[in-house]
Design a protein around this ligand. Structure first.
Ligand code: PGA
Length: 253
């Protein structure tokens, strides 16, 4: 049995407040036994309060898709970790590929967000991953190492119970193209080694989840891979059947 099996659904910019509420209510009815799975819904900011409230008597968790590094001030359009905490949000995705590649977020900014979040009660889901060009040029290992070292700069201690790392190859996100077993296994091993170098045995215990076109068909083979502690799911997290099926697959591992 794996120690942790996380199933996090990243809804991105999808679902209205009402749609999100009906969606999680239905999932709550369907998934009565989560077994070994930790299920996290990451709706848009507008639905966070409603989803936390809808799930308040359950052990489903809620995460934000982003967070700012400052705690308050003139940061129009941004949300602080204290704001998330004050409404019961337990997780925040940081450094997602969409943020890095569509909104130009750099490692330094991501690092600041991780530092602030690590000092709070909100658990970071720190995303890293290489582009197709980087993979083709044999740079995957270097890119992952750089993203880990820069994203976790000036962090001396890591609490594996309060930190999640998501490996999401950029070329596999939203493309229907999943990384192969070998590619996932190698990447997760490299990430583990980097975390061990930085944080010793605690680094080895950090859960590493995979993201990139995970669906109900490939979930079983992916969760069987050594070093995979769950998934960050985009497209397939938006459909009740596929999301429930993935949770049902993962909960037995
Ligand atoms: P996908 O997205 O499952 O649609 O590939 C994953 C993600 O963006 O986290």
């Amino acid at each position: 049995m794996k120690s942790t099996c996380i199933v996090a659904g990243n809804w991105k910019m999808n679902k209205s407040n009402q749609d999100g509420k009906s969606f999680v209510s239905e999932i709550q009815k369907r998934i009565l036994d989560k077994g070994n799975a930790k299920v996290i819904f990451c709706p848009p900011f507008t639905s966070l309060f409603t989803i936390v409230d809808t799930l308040k008597s359950s052990d489903f968790s809620v995460g934000a898709q982003n967070v700012h590094n400052e705690l308050k001030g003139a940061y129009t359009g941004e949300i602080s970790v204290n704001m998330l905490n004050s409404i019961g949000v337990e997780y925040a995705i940081i450094g997602h590929s969409d943020r890095r590649h569509t909104f130009g977020e750099l490692d330094d900014f991501i690092n600041k967000k991780i530092i602030t979040t690590s000092k709070s009660n909100v658990i970071p889901i720190f995303c890293i991953g290489e582009t197709l060009d980087q993979r083709k040029s044999g740079l995957t290992g270097k890119i992952l190492k750089d993203q880990i070292e820069l994203g976790l700069k000036n962090i001396d201690n890591i609490n594996p119970e309060k930190f999640i790392l998501a490996y999401e190859p950029v070329w596999a996100i939203g493309t229907g193209e999943t990384a192969s077993t070998l590619q996932v296994e190698e990447a997760h091993l490299k990430i583990k080694t980097n975390l061990e170098t930085l944080f010793g045995s605690k680094g080895l215990d950090v859960p590493i989840i995979y993201g990139g076109s995970v669906n109900e068909k490939n979930a079983e083979s992916l969760i069987n891979i050594d070093g995979v502690n769950g998934f960050l799911i985009g497209g397939a997290s938006l459909e009740i059947d596929s999301f429930c099926n993935i949770v049902n697959i993962v909960k037995n591992f």
